[in-house]
Design a protein around this ligand. Structure first.
Ligand code: M6R
Length: 609
């Protein structure tokens, strides 16, 4: 969480830092701040709330410099407030830092700084200790002081630091939190993520764990943990800078919902050869490896976990190997059965989710082979995996994940098909049939998007509800969880998802006159059972909105409204069924006047445990 930006160049640091911060607001947005070295001092301005609040207090022309650092915060230690906002300075503001992550031993460091140096702390944050530590070690060389400070810190961090006495330099360091250095002409940048810099640079260095980077306007030097200079290849950003803009849509979420046909198409076509075989460029997993796996874990968080719920059923069906899906924050604390015959699949849009990364490391320690499904190229999860299936969704900015989910599902099908065809558990007929079904998805999603107005009308009708249920069976059950999460995270409605067959074991007690229930009924082989489950809750007076395939009209007898998706094989229905649920959640939140792209208490990239 939190976004950091730094700029060192000739002039107008303020504008570039603010611009970068705005593109990182998806990482946190409860307060923001900027620090600029001006006339031998560091001037820090910060404000609670979104960056627009900060902009109001830094309008004056005198407040600018040729270098500086900025931060947009997602609070962990200390409430969102002006004083807890970053940057933090040392006692006389000759040093300032921005920090993303958590310093686990900050209490211990704080007590020592108070006792030995009589330092008075201004904020409740863990991060402030970094500024004071660098301050006490600073003897005219910022790199040396940062190195000494880092040697005392435990936890996760990406830190950017400046010193008043070296106004044309930034020193940054990372451990388990993302950091990139952008290569400009006569200027250089640091940032938590590439989109922050795309307006200015297309070439970056991806900074690795435990590396320190020193930037001046003409030079970027990277050092490893031991202080050796590191030679790093330049990473050329190929995606379009416009991909991180709203392009006329009112919200990123709506834009991203509409980008799904393209993301699905890209994710598929980059992996399917003209002859119909699956292209495994960059994947080193061999036939022997695949035949040797006796267990697969899919581990992820939030929406990515929901993609895993669908992935489990698909991969088990195609590759005939047991698959367990785990919430990443639970996985590593339960001593799971992992060995060298285990395939560990991590799914993550950002590739920086700390829980997922920690689970991946745990699995690696136990000998598992690591395959990841990631959207952000070069992210930590991608770099720490043996093989990566990228989702080609493009940058996802809205906190609520949409296009990442549908492209993650595509990867689940590709992995299942590849493993199944390699092992001989998927025959030619199923293989070619599935490929045809997958290739038809972009057009089918496009057809659902053409019904946006009808779904928006449903949202208008129900947007005042305070409780909504989502039910389904088989693959629809996984989609129910995702539909429910989408609704609750952006509209703050209490929504629940439950396997439809499980209702009668308890949850049906909550069904009463007019309880709103979304019933997913896209699985032909479970259709009749699903209709019976819907009848059971209809009998208790519930109001039913069903999602079904075109031509399956039986459900109309029990549902109050039906959203039809294009006909398709049961296996690929989740990719279609989720789209109306995303649109519904979006419009409900819009009618309720919610902050759709930046829901309260959330952040796009969750890099704390
Ligand atoms: O970047 P990741 O895919 O690892 O993120 C996982 C979750 O934090 C994420 O999916 C979250 O649940 C979204 N807000 C859901 O819309």
């Amino acid at each position: 969480m939190c976004g950091i930006v730094g700029f060192v160049g000739r002039d107008h640091a303020k504008e570039k830092i603010i611009d970068g911060l705005k593109r990182l607001e998806y990482r946190g947005y409860d307060s923001a701040g900027i620090a600029l070295p001006i006339n031998g001092k560091i001037e820090i301005r910060k404000h609670v709330g979104e960056i627009k609040n900060l902009e109001k207090i830094i309008g004056d022309a005198d407040y600018d410099s040729s270098a500086g650092i900025g931060h947009t915060r997602w609070a962990t230690h200390g409430v969102p407030s002006d004083v807890n906002a970053h940057p933090h300075g040392n006692s006389d503001n000759t040093i300032a830092i921005v920090h993303n992550g958590i310093i686990e031993n900050y209490q211990e460091i704080k007590e020592r700084l108070v006792k030995e140096y009589g330092i008075t702390f201004k904020s409740d944050t863990d991060s402030e200790v970094i500024a004071h530590l660098i301050g006490v070690f600073y003897k005219g060389d910022l790199l040396e002081a940062v190195n000494k400070a880092v040697a005392e810190m435990r936890g996760a961090y990406a830190v950017g630091a400046i010193a008043a006495a070296e106004p044309d330099k930034i020193v940054a360091v990372r451990k388990d939190a993302p950091l990139v250095a952008g290569i400009g002409k006569g200027c250089n940048f640091i940032a938590s993520d590439i989109p922050a810099l795309l307006k200015y640079v297309r070439e970056v260095y991806l900074i690795e764990n435990n590396e320190t980077v020193v930037l001046t306007k003409d030079d970027i030097k990277i050092y490893d943990e031991k202080g050796n200079t590191v030679k790093r290849d330049v990473f050329h950003v190929t995606w379009d800078a416009d991909a991180a803009e709203k392009e006329g849509y009112e919200h990123f979420m709506l834009k991203e919902i509409h980008e799904q046909p393209k993301g699905i198409y890209e994710t598929l076509t980059r992996r399917i050869n003209d002859d119909g075989t699956i292209n495994l460029d960059g994947i080193s997993m061999t036939k022997e490896d695949i035949e040797g796996f006796n267990k697969i874990y899919i581990v992820a968080c939030g929406t990515a976990y929901h993609a895993g719920l669908v992935g489990k059923l698909i991969i088990e069906k195609m590759a005939r190997v047991p698959v367990e899906v785990d919430i990443a924050s639970e996985f590593r604390y339960r001593d799971p059965f992992v060995d060298e015959n285990t395939l560990f699949i991590a799914i993550s849009q950002s590739g920086e989710t700390l829980d997922t990364l920690a689970a991946l490391r745990e699995a690696r320690k136990k000998g598992a082979r690591i395959l990841s499904v990631v959207n952000v190229v070069g992210s930590s999860v991608a770099r720490e995996s043996d093989d990566v299936f990228y989702t080609w969704a493009g940058p996802e900015i809205a906190v609520a994940s949409t296009k990442a989910y549908t492209t993650q599902l595509i990867c689940m099908y590709l992995i299942g098909l590849y493993m199944g065809s390699t092992k001989g558990t998927v025959d030619k007929e199923l293989y070619t049939g599935m490929l045809e079904e997958l290739k038809a998805l972009p057009d089918k999603v496009e057809r659902i998007l053409q019904n946006e107005e009808d779904i928006a009308a449903l949202a208008k009708q129900y947007h005042r509800r305070e409780q909504v249920f989502f039910i389904g069976r088989g693959l629809d059950s996984g989609v129910s969880y995702e539909g429910s999460l989408k609704l609750k995270e952006i509209s703050y409605i209490n929504s629940f998802a439950i396997a439809a067959g499980e209702l009668k074991h308890g949850t049906i007690a909550l069904m009463e006159e007019e309880t709103l229930v979304f019933a997913l009924a896209t699985q032909d082989f479970l259709y009749e059972k699903m209709v019976s489950n819907v009848e059971e809750i209809k009998a208790r007076g519930a109001r039913i909105v069903a999602v079904a395939k075109e031509g399956r009209t039986e459900i109309e007898k029990v549902a109050d409204q039906v959203i039809y998706i294009p006909d398709c094989a049961d296996e690929v229905a989740p990719v279609l069924a989720v789209v109306p649920l995303q649109i519904f959640a979006y419009y409900v939140a819009r009618y309720r006047g919610c902050n759709i792209d930046k829901p309260k208490n959330l952040a796009k990239s969750v890099t704390v445990e």
